[in-house]
Design a protein around this ligand. Structure first.
Ligand code: 13P
Length: 258
């Protein structure tokens, strides 16, 4: 069985001292774990230096929550791929539904961001997901297919191999309404099948497809036990060390049973 990835997306939360306490506690409690679960912490940009310092003594990976679609230059407020790379950041979340909705990030912009990350050897965690009304109208498969075709399916095979996908149904984000294990498995299998058609079976099998949306300590085990769910992208439940550590325990338990 392949590894499981548990990634925490802190979004725009937590002050500096709480951020430091949180990451230290996660790092300390991750020391004796098997290497079958990969833990990625994505704090706000301003804490990345602190996080990468702590990471050096641990087996965590650090990711950014965003990346500029531009190279360095006159783009006030933007954080470029080169900057992230120079800070030992390993991953960047791209295409989160909150960025699509509140910051008008279109598929074209997201493709530029993907290319900037890949050019700087940062692994994208690329998010896709349908709205509630799209699911209710039975358009969810079509929407996901389109999102993939407009973005990651425009990458070369070699670049796509560095991409981790996160299926995050928008109706499940921050709502407490998790996709059922059947809904998650059905969509993940659909996504993997599309990857197989596009890039071949080996790449499809190797691709990590995470689930995100109200994933927590009580539902992580059953979600991660699904054959096509390779881990989770966790929002609210990544902000409390004990809850997040329980999710990592659930991932460990899934890897241990196979
Ligand atoms: P919640 O876990 O808070 O629903 O958020 C999921 C998410 O958006 C992770 O990127």
């Amino acid at each position: 069985m392949k590894n499981i990835i548990v990634a925490g997306n802190w979004k725009s939360n937590v002050n500096f001292s709480d951020a430091e306490d949180l990451i230290v506690e996660i790092a300390e409690n991750s020391e004796d774990r098997s290497n079958k679960v990969e833990v990625i912490i994505c704090p706000p940009f301003v804490y990345l230096e602190m996080a990468t310092d702590i990471q050096q003594e641990s087996n965590l990976f650090i990711g950014a929550q965003n990346i500029s679609s531009h190279e360095n230059g006159a783009y006030t407020g933007e954080i470029s791929g080169e900057m992230l790379k120079s800070m030992d950041v390993n991953f960047a979340i791209i295409g989160h539904s909150e960025r699509r909705k509140y910051f008008n990030e279109t598929d074209d912009i997201l493709l530029d961001k993907l290319n900037m990350a890949l050019k700087n050897h940062i692994n994208p965690i690329f998010c896709i997901g349908e709205l509630l009304e799209e699911r209710q109208a039975d358009k969810h498969f079509e929407v996901i297919k389109q999102q993939l075709e407009n973005t990651v399916f425009k990458l070369s095979k070699e670049d796509f191999e560095h991409v981790t996908l996160a299926y995050e149904p928008v109706w499940a984000i921050g709502t407490g309404v998790t996709a059922s294990k059947e809904q998650a498995q059905e969509m993940h299998a659909f996504i993997r099948n599309l990857i197989s058609e596009k890039f071949g079976e080996v790449i499809a099998d190797e691709c990590f497809i995470l689930y995100g949306g109200s994933c927590n300590a009580s539902n992580a085990y059953e979600l991660f036990s699904q054959p096509d769910v390779d881990g989770g992208l966790i929002g609210g439940a990544s902000l409390k060390a004990d809850e997040f550590l329980k999710i990592i325990d659930a991932a460990e338990a899934v890897t241990a049973k196979s």
